[in-house]
Design a protein around this ligand. Sequence first.
Ligand code: WT7
Length: 652
Amino acid sequence: MSATKSKTYPPTAAAAKRAHVDAAGYDKMYAHSINDPDGFWGEHGKRIDWIKPFTTVKNTSFEPGNIDIKWFEDGTLNVSANCVDRHVETRGDQVAIIWEPDDPNTTESLHITYRELQTHVCKMANVLQTLGVTKGDRVVIYMPMVPEAAYAMLACTRIGAVHSIVFAGFSPDALGARINGCDAKVVITADHAPRGGKATPLKSNADAALLRCKDSVKCLVVKRTGGQTTWTDRDYSYNDMVLEADDYQQPVEMAAEDPLFILYTSGSTGQPKGVVHTTGGYLVYAAMTHEYTFDYHEGDVFWCTADVGWVTGHSYIVYGPLANGATTIMFEGVPTYPDPGRFWDVCAKHKVNQFYTAPTAIRALMAHGNDWVEKHDLSDLKLLGSVGEPINPEAWNWYYNVVGKGNCPIVDTFWQTETGGHMLTPLPGATTLKPGAAQVPFFGVLPVVLDPQSGEEVHGNDVSGVLCIKDSWPGQMRTIWGDHERFETTYFGDYAGYYFSGDGCKRDADGDLWVTGRVDDVINVSGHRMGTAEVESALVAHVAVAEAAVVGYPHDIKGQGIYAYVTLMNGIDPTDELRAELNKWVRSEIGPIAKPDLLQWAPGLPKTRSGKIMRRILRKIAENDFDTLGDTSTLADPSVVEDLVENRMNRS
Ligand code: WT7
């Protein structure tokens, strides 16, 4: 493979001139951040307002048995005061949030200034307080992409409550498990969530979820569509309560290491884990990465197309941009509604300067042709970003040439729910871009390539292995909610002394890093992370299913698709109706994003004599690459493989 030989793009003169750092500046700042983390972060920690300034900076240990991560630990602050109040003094009439609705033909966009944001956040905080929420309590947010979702997040931070956002595409079962997982006191939801012209009945999903929860959990309902919902004893109307709410609520003083939010994410085994981020380090890191990676400048309009249900929405719709006093766009819709020009229509309408989306969206839009882009005025765009999975060079080139007209650097940002913010990314004024690579570490990040077998660091260039991080950075997750031991084993158990990302990676001849995809049983479907074990356990929970194995396979638009092998109970017929029912079942157990793309009936699964499923073989068959199945001699019954190959579903 000669990926390193493909065309590269040095910073344009315009980008280099405008940027916060050029190539020499990056080298200098990066060296400072690594050689003297206390000095570096001590200085950059001051970018946010502290109630009581910190006197210590980094106090972290990756030592086996003693994983302990603390940043700025004796400082105190309030996140909503940083994201809202301090800007009211200097830029109260500047727009903080532009809300763009799902359907531009029936609904107007909204412009919310920092001053207005303060009132909304205070009122929401006051409502939560009225419902009995106090410092340290957990609040689950299950909302459409409406401004109230951001108010809810910031309101929690104002009173010191810990939010846990559950993406509105998750099923009642998944929601219920997350409410119980953090023992939430209140769930905030809306009547319906419009998306792509359809509406998800969020409130009735929440009702179904709450049947599995304690009676004491309250449900605060925001009106979005006005669509009908049932009303129960535990329900409270946000729209009614807000009329009575005070328009000022004092921000609570929080310690830097107090939890800020929990966000569930999939792992290679077991049920999703509640990733915990804390207050000080996370905010510093989200704000700093937002400014440098996107080369954000005063007055820029920034648009991250993610949903606040994912970490990308946390860090780059809400916390990073608002901490920096930016104008951030919250988009309720999807890239292809009402037509495949929607993204570019919104960019033109709001004069977007930085645009940040996922490769899956780029690939989907690319397939609709250039006209949809070309009919919109994109002259305000200065920078494009990519996140969620490796971006294939074809999509990169289209993004660069057709969307960016060759004038906008692309920042391919590698990071994770666990990392809080960008870990590897080109910087627009400093890095010579290589399509498909996340390339270089952000300040303070020390990536290493390890040999997966020996766990030794692989030095030099033109090498590959697994991607680990050698030391802590302020945005790092601190623990798994309620299970610090699982935190230690999941991220530090494989390679002692290192944080293990779960990704494979190579360092090319120039020393640039390429993240090549997960090396564990996590798959990445349209930039959404899914544990194969989760989908398997949903499938086997169905009465007709005896056994199931799930793997990823290459998918043109989604990056990876979900391929399920299902063994039925004795006597059950494999019919198309049953296949449809199992798909529906997985949707209802987890959510639409977990629905298998291909489901193959498997009379048997390839197992070793000790009963372990040989996923390597299943992956190969799913990839339609069955000529190189490797050694099958250790299988208990090699003949099952022939049947699976014969009846494989992916023949592309
Ligand atoms: C996994 C993390 C963090 C935002 C969205 C996803 C993959 C993410 C890239 C990239 C190659 C990437 C990795 C990672 N990933 N960005 N630019 N290049 N791979 O967050 O759901 O926590 O998933 O997404 O495999 O481990 P997430």
